[in-house]
Design a protein around this ligand. Structure first.
Ligand code: HEM
Ligand code: HEM
Length: 188
């Protein structure tokens, strides 16, 4: 007997949209940061660091919810390569949502730079101080940020394809505003 869910749980949907906003903001704040030497650099960095660590915590909670509640099945009529692409892109998202903040934190640790979240709240260094390691982590944070951007563009294109062209209900699994988790669950 399997319970078929028609949409993600309320907590999964809330986290998805909240994190989508935060991640998009982080990408733009990051690019804004590295393209200015004006004093606003410091303001942007002071938002980037705590927001990035908040994303790390939310991603771990979200991973826990995903492992606990799973995901609604993709439509049987969806071609297998498309299903595979959807699954791989979701793995990549979880990897990026956890790796990007860790890389940022490690990059600052390698530069022996304090990771100040708020006044008086410092995070400990997670890697030893090393110039070469700092360069490596900086490059990884930089290139993975572009990969993140690209994946989001593909993901949004796929979401819109499901919503307006295929109209197969996949979009509603995440976009539904219903506050009921499993009202439409059917037992087979
Ligand atoms: C999901 C989380 C994160 C995203 C999407 C993100 C994104 C970005 C982006 C797009 C840049 C500009 C990259 C470039 O063009 O070179 C950047 C730079 C940077 N990020 Fe992040 N970041 C995240 C988390 C963090 C965290 C948690 C920290 C530190 C605790 C951090 C520290 C930095 C620093 C210090 C820079 C600027 C490096 C410089 O001035 O050269 N990031 N980030
Ligand atoms: C900006 C960052 C975004 C990230 C990191 C992200 C990540 C994810 C992940 C990981 C999933 C799989 C569900 C899960 O396991 O949690 C998912 C599903 C979904 N997302 Fe996003 N998403 C983003 C933005 C968006 C946007 C802007 C849209 C709409 C235009 C969207 C529409 C959807 C839909 C419809 C699903 C459910 C369909 C499916 O399972 O493929 N997402 N998203």
């Amino acid at each position: 007997m399997t319970t078929i869910r028609e949409r993600f749980t309320v907590s999964q949907r809330l986290l998805h949209w909240l994190m989508a906003l935060c991640i998009l903001a982080m990408l733009f704040i990051g690019v804004g940061m590295v393209s200015t030497v004006a004093p606003k650099y410091l303001t942007l960095v002071s938002i980037h660091k705590p927001l990035g660590i908040a994303i790390l915590l939310l991603a771990l909670i979200r991973l826990g919810l995903r492992l606990r509640y799973g995901a609604p099945a993709l439509p049987a009529a969806m071609p297998e390569p498309m299903k595979l692409a959807a699954h791989l892109s979701h793995y990549a998202f979880y990897l990026l949502m956890i790796a990007m903040p860790l890389l940022g934190w490690a990059m600052l640790s390698a530069a022996a730079y304090p990771v100040v979240l708020f006044a008086g709240v410092h995070l400990p260094a997670i890697v030893p101080q090393s110039d070469s390691l700092h360069t490596l982590l900086w490059d990884a944070h930089h290139y993975l940020a572009f990969a993140f951007f690209a994946l989001i563009l593909l993901h949004v294109a796929a979401a819109l394809l499901h919503a307006f062209i295929r109209r197969d209900g996949v979009f509603q699994t995440m976009a539904s505003v219903s506050t009921q988790d499993d009202a439409a669950a059917a037992e087979r």
